[in-house]
Structures are given as structure tokens and as C-alpha cells.
Ligand binder design. Structure first.
Ligand code: OTU
Length: 545
């Protein structure tokens, strides 16, 4: 599979507009399309649709549930699976269940976690992490209409559901099956780490969360067996893995590959990337990583502190460096991102921006320096190349294939202004897309590059399955891994710097490749035992001839 994601309105206006854009998605070779939550949501700020007022209704600005179901069918005819969010940790405060709770309807009193005063919220907050400290400090919101404090991990209008109440599970299971029956093939389990709370803990990744997901999964296996789950747990690398198994989430974002590819581009070193992936990439063969370069959210620096310490880095200082680098504050940085949820108290921050802007294309275009532009394109194709050839499901942020830059207008829209993630969520530029077939343009170079990588992945047997092994290549500026599929083996080498890098040829034979090799990207031949120079940001994809 090869995935892509977009906002319906930002990509194509509405669902009818999206149907007209199917040829574009087919041309890219996509087989998986994740639409950001298209459900009914409060007017104004609704966290990009992540405050759902009804799982059974589509936002009328986008179309109807019947349109969505028709789209799912049409996508399937094109070999594309529809992926939607299962926003099951919270609903909006306008959902019928929340309206019931607000009106004092006893049937809904226990659907959410509400408290008469600050006693219990204060007790919980002693060990909770703040998720949106900028615009929404704390994890509870006072509702004057109820005279109660409501648990709101995210924004004040996103009310956490109370899974200790069996009615909540039963109701959400009904919504899940409703969506499966509309033709949704993968549900992305949004904010899965937060669904269970226990006093004295961070209320993240608790064992009960896993039990609940397994229960949803068991129901899916019985009643809607084609439905798969994708875990959205952007937390410590070891906790991410806990959610992945055939009986829980069959796929998961791979936040470590994402964050550490960016780390490698900033530091020009691959040691942290290699060390942290080496022993942790293998999954049950019935499961798969979703390898993305960025999601619609911010980039957080999810690596294990121990891995960083062992390599001689101070994890806190290193995260600070990465934030400074990707917000362009670090001298010489090519990146142009914005901080997201900068927390002055803890020194924490995450980064928002598009791939192209973070990879240097925005800065390079400002100077017009052709060499800098080439380097930026090289970075984008390098990291997407690694993701596409990695094993699992690569995921394209639609618009990255055209090198779309940050949206500097987001703060003029009142509903978006407080949330810098919108910086990295520009509307699809169809004028730029019209140039995607012109090799003389930036759009054409990126688009062709991504399509070429996708075609290689489809065509060569080494890329069947998910068997990936990270290897030591004897050069700290090059990332390497092997892929083993039925009937083929490939070695991928990625130079993460703007300088040529030399590799020892014998290494290739050590990794089980033949004497005579070919690079699938350039069709260039190569003899194993000879030293090999990688050009700046070159990606090599070697197989036996
Ligand atoms: C998710 O992200 C969504 O991806 C966001 O777009 C939503 O705003 C949010 O849930 C609420 O629905 O904190 O900054 O793994 O990284 O769940 C993004 C934990 C988030 C979090 C994740 C959350």
C-alpha cells in the first residue's frame, strides 16, 4: 500500500471536488487515502475536525454521509482504501451525548468525567502532562452551565469520554460499526494513549487502554472483518510498539523514523537514527508501520533519552537544538518552521511546518540560489525515499509531492490563529499541481521523484512484505538498511549530508548482495568490492543484477 492524507476542504473544497481529483491520486499510485475528520463539528475552531459532534453526519460544508459512502465505493474501484479517524477519546461539547450531560440527563451523566470542584482535578493534575499548554493550560475546563469541571485533555470543547462506563464503550462500538458499514477500511485510533485514566499516573498508555482497543478490535473481527486499526500513539518509542499487534492495532504511525530522519538532516549524522531503530523496527509480520515524514500535526522529538545519552548527547539539550534548528533560529539552519506549544515552564516545544519548508526549499527559493534549491529537493526526495522503501505503508502528506511551503496566512483566520499547526497545512495549490508533469519545474522534479520511488517499490520483489534490517555502514553520515522480500533483496543507502560520502564496497557483499549490482534509482551499475561515493543527499537502492 501507498498512503496519502489531506483535508477534504483544503485539498478539493468538498467531497464532490475530491471525486474530481481522483485521477491525481491514482496517478500518484496511492492505494490508501486518509481524510482528516470530515464529520459534523462545531463552527469556528474545532481542532481541524477532531472535535466530533456526530460520527454519523458529515460536515454539511463538505457533503453528506451518503456522499462519503459513495466516495468510499468509488475509491475502492480505483484500488484505494478509505481511511478515517476514530476520534474515540473525546467528542465535541456539542455532541448529543455532551448535550445530554449538560442538560442533566441521567443517561449521559457518566459519559464524561465531570467534577463538582477542583479537588479531584487538582489531584489528577499533579501527574498529568499538558498536551496543549499554549492555548489550553491544564486538563480540565469549568462549565458554568453545569457548575462542574470537565476533563478536557485537549481543547476546552473536546470532552474526554469515560470508558469506565460500559455504555460509552457500547455507544462507541456502534459508531465504529456504522463507519465500517459506510465502507471505511482503516480507522485511525486518534489519541489512543489517553483513553483510560488512573489517579497518580500520567493517564497515558495504561493497560486498560490496550484492553479497550482489543475489545473494539475483537468486535471488528466478528462484525466487520475487513476493518483495520491504525494506532496514533506519538509517545515514547517503546510505548508506541505496545499498541501494535494483530489483535490490537495492525498498523501504527512510525514516529521514530519520522523524527529521527529530521534529526539526521539537522545533525548530518545517522547515529541516533541507526541506534534507535536497529532493534525496534521488527513487527509481527501481520502488522505494518506507517512510515511518514510528517503528519497534519506538529513534529515532536520522540527518541529514547537513553539512546541519546549513550551516544554522548544530553537529550534535553538535543531536543532544544532540534527545535531551534527547525524553527530556523539556529544559525545556518535551512529550515523555516514555527514552534508549536512552546512551554516556557518546561522548555518543551514541538515544530510545525510543511516538509518543503522544513527541508530548506522555502529559504532556498527566497534567495533563488539554484544550488540551495537542488539541495532542498535532494533532502525531500531523500527522506521520502527512505520512507517509501522502508517496509510498511509509506504515507504522503498531499502537497509535499509539489513542495508546498508554509501557509503564512493561517493567523488571519480567527478559528485557526491560535494553533500554529495550521502553518503546515496549506490549501492544495492546483496551479502548482498543473506543473507536476513539467520536469523543468520544482513541482515536476518532486512529483516525478516520488512517483519513480513508488514505481520501484511496486515493481521489485525485495519490497514485498515488511522485513527491514537496519545496518551499520561504517560512515556516520549515511543511513543504511536492507529489505528482504520473496525473491529479492535490496540495500538502501542514504547520504544525509550536502557533502559526498565514501563507502567501503565490501560492505555490500557482507549484507548478502551479489558482486554485480545495479542502483534501481539511476539504473547505474556497480561492482561490490569497489569503494562507492554517494553524492550529496543521494539515495542508493542496490539490488543484484
Ligand atoms: C491527535 O494528536 C490528532 O492528531 C490531533 O490533530 C488532535 O488535535 C488531537 O489528537 C486531539 O484529537 O497531541 O499534538 O499521541 O500526540 O494524540 C497532537 C499523543 C496530539 C498526541 C496525539 C494528539
Amino acid at each position: 500500500m501507498f498512503g496519502g492524507f489531506c483535508y477534504v476542504d483544503r485539498f478539493a473544497g468538498d467531497l464532490a471536488g475530491l471525486r474530481e481529483r481522483l485521477p491525481y491520486l491514482r496517478e500518484l499510485g496511492l492505494t490508501y487515502l486518509h481524510l482528516m475528520p470530515p464529520f459534523l463539528a462545531p463552527a469556528g475552531n474545532n481542532d481541524g475536525g477532531y472535535a466530533v459532534s456526530s460520527y454519523r453526519e458529515v460536515d454539511p460544508r463538505l457533503g453528506t454521509m451518503a456522499d462519503l459512502a459513495a466516495l468510499a465505493g468509488e475509491l475502492r474501484v480505483s484500488g484505494i482504501s478509505l481511511v478515517l479517524d476514530f476520534v474515540f477519546n473525546h467528542t465535541s461539547d456539542e455532541h448529543a451525548w455532551a448535550r445530554g450531560a449538560r442538560a442533566g440527563d441521567p443517561a449521559y451523566a457518566d459519559y464524561y468525567l465531570t467534577f463538582p470542584d477542583r479537588t479531584i482535578p487538582d489531584a489528577y493534575e499533579r501527574t498529568l502532562r499538558e498536551i496543549f499548554p499554549d492555548q489550553r493550560p491544564g486538563s480540565f475546563t469549568y462549565r458554568a452551565d453545569m457548575g462542574r469541571w470537565v476533563w478536557t485533555t485537549f481543547d476546552s470543547f473536546q470532552w474526554d469520554l469515560n470508558y469506565a462506563n460500559p455504555d460509552v464503550f457500547r455507544s462507541m462500538a456502534g459508531e465504529m460499526l456504522f463507519l465500517a458499514n459506510r465502507g471505511v477500511e482503516v480507522l485511525r485510533l486518534d489519541a489512543v494513549v489517553f483513553i483510560w485514566k488512573r489517579l497518580g499516573t500520567a493517564c497515558e498508555n495504561l493497560p486498560e487502554s490496550h484492553l479497550i482497543v482489543r475489545a473494539f478490535n475483537a468486535l471488528a473481527r466478528i462484525a466487520a472483518p475487513a476493518l483495520l486499526f491504525k494506532s496514533e500513539a506519538i509517545v515514547h518509542p517503546d510505548d508506541v510498539r505496545e499498541f501494535i499487534s494483530p489483535g490490537e492495532c495492525q498498523t501504527s504511525y512510525n514516529p521514530r523514523l519520522m523524527a529521527l530522519l529530521w534529526d539526521a538532516l539537522a545533525t548530518r549524522e545517522t547515529r541516533l537514527l541507526t541506534a534507535s531503530l536497529r532493534d525496534r523496527v521488527r513487527l509481527d509480520p501481520r502488522c505494518a508501520w506507517v512510515n511518514y515524514i510528517r503528519s497534519h500535526d506538529d513534529i515532536g522529538w520522540t527518541f529514547d533519552d537513553g539512546d541519546a545519552t549513550r551516544l554522548g548527547a544530553d537529550p534535553f539539550a538535543h531536543r532544544r537544538f532540534l527545535n531551534a534548528f527547525y524553527t530556523g533560529r539556529f544559525p545556518g539552519s535551512f529550515a523555516r518552521g514555527l514552534p508549536f506549544q512552546e512551554n516556557p515552564r518546561t522548555g518543551d516545544a514541538r515544530v510545525a511546518g510543511t516538509t518543503a519548508s522544513l527541508a530548506g526549499l522555502e529559504a532556498a527559493l527566497l534567495t533563488g540560489d539554484a544550488e540551495e534549491i537542488d539541495l532542498a529537493i535532494g533532502r525531500i526526495l531523500l527522506i521520502y525515499g527512505v520512507a517509501l522503501l522502508f517496509g510498511g505503508i509509506p504515507l504522503l502528506s498531499l502537497g509535499d509531492d509539489l513542495g508546498q511551503r508554509n501557509d503564512y496566512g493561517y493567523h488571519l483566520e480567527p478559528a485557526l490563529a491560535d494553533d500554529s499547526r495550521w502553518f503546515g497545512r496549506p490549501r492544495m495549490d492546483w496551479d502548482a499541481a498543473a506543473r507536476h508533469d513539467d520536469p523543468a519545474t520544482i513541482e515536476g522534479r518532486l512529483h516525478a521523484g516520488i512517483r519513480h520511488l513508488a514505481a520501484i517499490r511496486r515493481a521489485h520483489p525485495a519490497f514485498n512484505g515488511t522485513a527491514t534490517e537496519i545496518i551499520e555502514v561504517g560512515n556516520d553520515h549515511v543511513f543504511g538498511y536492507t529489505r528482504q522480500g520473496d525473491g529479492g533483496r535490496a540495500l538502501i543507502l542514504a547520504n544525509v549530508t550536502e557533502h559526498p560520502q565514501i563507502l567501503d564496497g565490501n560492505l555490500l557483499r557482507l549484507h548478502g548482495l551479489a558482486y554485480h549490482l545495479v542502483d534501481l534509482l539511476t539504473s547505474g551499475p556497480m561492482v561490490a568490492t569497489e569503494p562507492r561515493t554517494l553524492a550529496p543527499y543521494q539515495l542508493l537502492c542496490l539490488v543484484a543484477t
